[in-house]
Structures are given as C-alpha cells and as structure tokens.
Design a protein around this ligand. Structure first.
Ligand code: QAP
Ligand code: CO
Length: 171
C-alpha cells in the first residue's frame, strides 16, 4: 500500500521518533508499505515519520553502479546508532518531504552503524560514500530534523523563498 508522504512545513516532521519494541507482522507490513511508497516516489531513503509513523525505523535502497535500484540492496534499519564517525564530505541532498529542493550538506564520510533488522536481530554495518550520507540524513528524521536545518542562514533564506514560490505555483 502506498502511503501519503508528509511534506515541509508539516510540524509532524519535527517529532522525535520512539524506539521500536515489537518486531511483529504489523511492523513487517509497515516496512513493506514504506518500500512501496519510496519506490513509487523515486526515493533512495525514507524514514517512518515521513509517512506519519513516529518510530525509529528507516529504509534505504542505494542504486548500484549501473544505477539500478534492486530489492536486494534494500536495507531496513531499526533503532540505529552511529559509532566511529570519520571525516567530512559534502553532498547535494534532497528529501521526499522537501520536494524539488536540493542543497549541499556536510556529513561524516564514513561510519559504523549498529541497528536491528525487521526480526529484531542486532546488526552492524560499515558505511561510506552515499550510503553513509543517506544513513545520517534518515537518522536526522528520527530526531525530527530536516537537512534544510543544516544550511547556512543565507542558503536557508534562499530555500524559504524558493519553496514558498513553488508551493504557490502548485496550488
Ligand atoms: C535522502 O532522499 C538522501 O526533491 C533520500 O522531487 C538524500 O530519496 C540521502 C526525491 C541525498 C542521501 C543523499 C527528492 C525525489 C528523493 C525530491 C530521497 C523529489 C523527488 C529524495
Ligand atoms: Co529526508
């Protein structure tokens, strides 16, 4: 089932998401719906709060070298925590909750991630490049943070102006 995606400036996006404690069929169905929703909107990452569920769950599907997004590359990440962040990198980020706007954001270059999978099993993952960036972007959603909050004052002003204009034009 494709779920509606909440977009900025909806205040629900500011919610801090809660730990997941039951790894049951309800969670599994929800993760399946998140995947369908993300793929239908051409996303590479989605956090549960973006579809109005404030739980610490996110999914990522980074395209391979040929640019193909296959379900084999799907990562379902629950209750994540970052260890050993290293280096810094700039990447032009976007967000399904901030459609049509992209801007450079600074992130750690590499990290180790501890998380649980859909069965509640503990997992560890070493990430760099786009995967490391996407993990940090999605984990910010769990804290109620959007990438636009990381922009400098002037770029944030540019964003507010462009975004408001785009919203008006859509109506
Ligand atoms: C988060 O973002 C991310 O504006 C995932 O019109 C971003 O999937 C991780 C999207 C950058 C790493 C680097 C955005 C689709 C998708 C839009 C997305 C749009 C259509 C964003
Ligand atoms: Co996002």
């Amino acid at each position: 089932m494709i779920l509606p995606i909440i977009t900025y400036p909806n205040k629900q996006l500011k919610t801090r998401s809660a730990e997941v404690t039951s790894f049951d069929q309800l969670l599994h169905r929800f993760l399946d719906d998140m995947y369908e929703t993300m793929m239908s909107s051409n996303g590479i990452g989605l956090a549960a709060i973006q579809v109005a569920n404030p739980i610490r769950a996110l999914i990522l599907c980074i395209p391979d070298e040929e640019g193909n997004q296959t379900q084999e590359n799907l990562l379902e990440i629950i209750n994540p925590s970052i260890c050993d962040p290293k280096g810094n990198t700039l990447y032009q980020e976007g967000c399904l909750s901030v459609p049509g706007f992209y801007e450079d954001v600074e992130r750690y270059e590499s990290l180790t991630l501890h998380y649980q999978n859909r069965h509640g099993e503990s997992c560890t993952l070493e990430a760099n490049d786009l995967l490391a960036i996407a993990i940090q972007h999605e984990m910010d959603h769990l804290e109620g943070k959007l990438f636009i909050e990381k922009l400098t004052y002037n770029r944030r002003k540019k964003f507010e102006k462009e975004y408001k204009k785009a919203l008006k034009e859509k109506k």
